[in-house]
Structures are given as structure tokens and as C-alpha cells.
Design a protein around this ligand. Structure first.
Ligand code: AMP
Length: 186
């Protein structure tokens, strides 16, 4: 399966992504993890990305699209993948569409994990990652609302969007995710 996984910061996307990877064994392409690894390794891309990440802003589209384009060509992606945290803007979604059209490998589903914004702030404030100070949290939520939420309409129009309610225990949410993905996996 080729899956795009969309959800605001704090929705529990990382936990559910791990569940999806364990259950369906797609390659796991987390752009947040890739950028943190590049930052920790001190590469040029990592240093550049850190300026945006530490401010709660999205890194420029060209940077992230280049990373994903290379990654999708690797052998482990040929049997399917979970795109976790990408695309995050309409420009990224259009770039992805162009790449996939060229390879003749359309997406199977875009899964949205939905949690109300008041709940997200409370969850994020309790998490304690370096980019989780109140100002940065607020900025990340703004980036989601303004830049990423438009993707929901974009993928609805392509008949790809499936929304799962992210409120509840990890197990409850995982069961919802599974029932949707089982339909698509056939
Ligand atoms: P995440 O772990 O997915 O929340 O990503 C952490 C940070 O990495 C984000 O706040 C952004 O600064 C950056 N990032 C991750 N994925 C993307 C993307 N697709 N486009 C732009 N920035 C991204």
C-alpha cells in the first residue's frame, strides 16, 4: 500500500504510524525523523532545516521534496510505503503527484488523524521535546492550520481522503485505523 498519513502535531500520529508499520510492513518515511537525523549528523541540509524546525516552521518545499524524491527510489519503497509528515503543503502534494505519475504508482489512501485544536495544545505541552515550548507549539499548530489543512480538500477532491477520529486510547484509535486500512488492503 502507498499511504499518506496526515495529522496535526500532538494527534498521536507517530504512535499510530508505528502501529501501521508493524501491521502492514510498509517502508516508513517520516520526514520529521529524516530532518532530525540530518540535524543531529550536522549535515548542511540538517543545519539549514534546524533554523525552521526550532521555530516551529516548515522547512522550504524544495528541500523536503528533494529528500523524498531520492528516498522513493530506494528498493524498500517498491512494495509500498507510509509517508508520515509529507506532504505538508499543496506545493509538496503537487510535487508528489508528479513523481508518482511518472512512476505510475498512484497513492492508495490519504489517512487523516483528526483531533480538535484545544486538545492538541494540552497534549503537546505535556510532551517535552526541544521544539515543544509554548511559542513553538503555537507556531506549529498555525503552520498546520494554514499550510497543511488545505490538503484535506485537495485529497477529498481526488477521492483519497479517509478521516479517523484521534480521540481515545491508543488501542481504540489503532482499531479505527486498522478497520479503514483493511478495507483498502482488501
Ligand atoms: P514532525 O516530526 O513531522 O512534526 O516534523 C518536525 C519538523 O520538521 C516540523 O515542525 C517541520 O519544521 C519539519 N518538517 C517535517 N516534515 C516536513 C515537511 N513535509 N515539510 C516541511 N517541513 C517539515
Amino acid at each position: 500500500m502507498r499511504i499518506v498519513f496526515i495529522g496535526p502535531p500532538g494527534a498521536g500520529k507517530g504512535t499510530q504510524a508505528d502501529f501501521i508499520v508493524e501491521t502492514y510492513k510498509p517502508a516508513h518515511l517520516s520526514t520529521g525523523d529524516m530532518l532530525r537525523a540530518a540535524r543531529d549528523a550536522g549535515t548542511e541540509v540538517g543545519k539549514e532545516a534546524d533554523k525552521y524546525m526550532s521555530a516551529g516552521q516548515l522547512v522550504p518545499d524544495e528541500v523536503i521534496v528533494g529528500i523524498i524524491a531520492e528516498r522513493l527510489d530506494e528498493p524498500d519503497c517498491q512494495a509500498g510505503y507510509l509517508l508520515d509528515g509529507f506532504p505538508r503543503t499543496i506545493a509538496q502534494a503537487e510535487a508528489l503527484d508528479a513523481m508518482l505519475a511518472e512512476k505510475n504508482t498512484p497513492l492508495d489512501v490519504v489517512l487523516e488523524l483528526r483531533v480538535a485544536e484545544e486538545e492538541l495544545f494540552n497534549r503537546l505541552a505535556g510532551r517535552g521535546r526541544a521544539d515543544d515550548t509554548p511559542d513553538v507549539i503555537r507556531q506549529r499548530l498555525v503552520a498546520y492550520r494554514e499550510q497543511t489543512e488545505p490538503l484535506l480538500k485537495y485529497y477529498t477532491e481526488k477521492n483519497l481522503l479517509v478521516t479517523v477520529d484521534g480521540l481515545g486510547t491508543v488501542e481504540e484509535v489503532a482499531a479505527r485505523v486498522k478497520s479503514e486500512l483493511d478495507i483498502i488492503a482488501g
